[in-house]
Design a protein. Sequence first.
Length: 124
Amino acid sequence: MFRLLVTGTLLLFVSSLPAQEKITSKILALGDSYTIGQSVDLKLRWPIQLAQALEKQDIKSSVEIIAATGWSTIELEQAISASQLNTPYDVVTLLIGVNDQFRGGSLDAYQQNFKRLLQSSIHP
């Protein structure tokens, strides 16, 4: 629900811009199977749906996804470190944690790892 609220707010803001302005945005989606939509067609992944919704508001968006089924915060952090990110991004999403919990990791460790990921997402 939070994701829909943020998307709705973003689209509301964009719809108030003058029609003649062509806007482009770069989206980076970070996470696990929830980000990529495991077993879901590519165009049904939520970051792609976000880009399609923005396109309807005359915002051309490119989407880069760093996510895989089964990843925990540690594996995502390693993948980000190994990636050649095309910074800067206009929108960065971070959807991770279910595998940390599934593997029995502590809440404290998850919070520390998530904070580190969040900081590196904001300041790559």
